[in-house]
Design a protein around this ligand. Structure first.
Ligand code: FES
Ligand SMILES: [Fe+2]
Length: 394
């Protein structure tokens, strides 16, 4: 690897946590490689590196715009371990703010809600939806009210977090210096030019709690190797012989297949993207925009599997479904919409059992990364390498 742009301190920490052998494994050719060592799945110090140096320095999906449709709607979300809130302002704009009071640091918003302003639960400092400090009761003495409506006074506004949106998806970059969002999405967009994503509308989401490390979610997501053993319905829809390993294009993993027949939940019964060719009507593509934006494209949908690490052995997952035009909300399509939700819910639950077993296996001193299939798991191995590379990069 190119070591010219390496942060020496991060590299030292990585080597001490993974061991020299484990570190070398991340860069070994797939024929000889194993996965990352167990420390990467159990160590709090390792997770802190991932949160601080991967999640905070990347684009991270924070939710669908449709989750905060009206002014005052807000959704708190921890990104890279940092409390953030995305909020729709009176002007209709989506903003990202650090979800922490400028006084003593109380977390301001604990659940999704609609409010006309932010009032800190501790000493009731009040901030506008744009984050501007408005009033501060009793701060300067009993029964005094400091007012900041005219923009004067101390600049103790809530601090902004960089936010961009793309076709109803909200992305946040805590460090503020990630590449432009369009560049980050470019490898996905290059491969999906026949899909008119301006047609997608949010149909809903499903939340999961997984007792496993967040990386296992994506290692599992990338490899089609387990499909024959874990997913009977999916196997019927897309058998092993239409599958390949997929590959990375820069920081975006992609994979695809042509399926023999549409099924309810994938292509059958709901409107499709406009003007797809007959071949594209029977095609599925899936992506992972590093680190965690996993998007699946079928003729009738754009579906996301997004994971947020909570602890080394605990992950929060959001599964978001976008459908085409009216299909997302119209009563006419209610049943078919539920069929799509059920298909993903069932499929994901089949994986969850495996993820939890994988996590438990990582407690074993007899296992430290195993042996990966060169046919199927090259991209999985490269995922681990990308994490190490991102952590040690300047
Ligand atoms: S900590 Fe928020 S007002 Fe005191
Ligand atoms: Fe799976």
């Amino acid at each position: 690897m190119d070591t010219s742009a390496t942060d020496p301190e991060a590299l030292r920490t990585v080597r001490s946590l993974l061991g020299d052998e484990g570190y070398a494994q991340a860069f070994a050719p797939i024929e000889e490689a194993s996965g990352l060592p167990n420390a990467a799945y159990w160590s709090k110090d390792w997770l802190a590196l991932e949160q601080g140096r991967v999640f905070r320095r990347s684009w991270v999906f924070a939710g669908a715009e449709a989750e905060i449709p009206e002014p005052g709607d807000m959704k708190p979300i921890d990104i890279g371990g940092a409390p953030v809130v995305v909020v729709r302002g009176q002007d209709g704009r989506v903003r990202g703010l650090h979800n922490v009071c400028r006084h003593r640091g109380t977390k301001l918003v604990s659940e999704a809600c609609r409010k006309s302003s932010f009032t800190c639960p501790y000493h009731a400092w009040n901030y506008g939806l744009d984050g501007k400090l408005r009033t501060r009761p009793h701060f300067s003495g009993p029964d005094k009210l400091d007012r900041f409506d005219d923009g004067g006074g101390e600049k103790l506004d809530l601090l902004a977090v960089r936010v961009e949106t793309w076709n109803g998806c909200i992305f946040v970059n805590v460090s503020g210096d990630a590449e432009p969002l369009e560049d980050w999405l470019a490898p996905l967009l290059r491969r999906t030019q026949v899909y008119d994503f301006s047609a997608i509308r949010w149909a809903g989401k499903i939340d999961f709690e997984v007792k496993a490390n967040w990386k296992l979610v994506y290692e599992n997501y990338m490899e089609g190797y387990h499909v024959f053993a874990v997913h009977p319905r999916l196997l019927k829809f897309a058998p092993m012989n239409v599958r390949w390993s997929g590959e990375w294009d820069d920081h975006v993993f992609y994979n695809d297949y042509n399926f023999p027949e549409m099924e309810e939940g994938r292509g059958d019964g709901l409107p499709h993207y406009p003007d797809l060719s007959p071949a594209d009507e029977k095609r599925g593509l899936w992506f992972l925009c590093f680190p965690h934006f996993a998007a699946e494209v079928f003729p009738d949908q754009f579906s996301l599997l997004v994971s947020y690490p909570v602890a080394p052995d605990l992950t929060r997952e959001e599964l978001h479904i976008f459908l085409i035009g009216d299909a997302a909300t119209s009563e006419v399509y209610r049943e078919q919409r539920q069929a799509v939700m059920k298909m993903w819910d069932d499929l994901n639950r089949e994986d969850l059992g495996m993820l939890e077993l994988l996590q438990q296996g990582r407690l074993s001193p007899a296992y430290d990364g195993g042996r990966l299939s060169p046919h199927w798991e090259g991209p999985t191995h490269q995922f681990g390498r990308r994490i190490v590379e991102k952590i040690i990069s300047v």
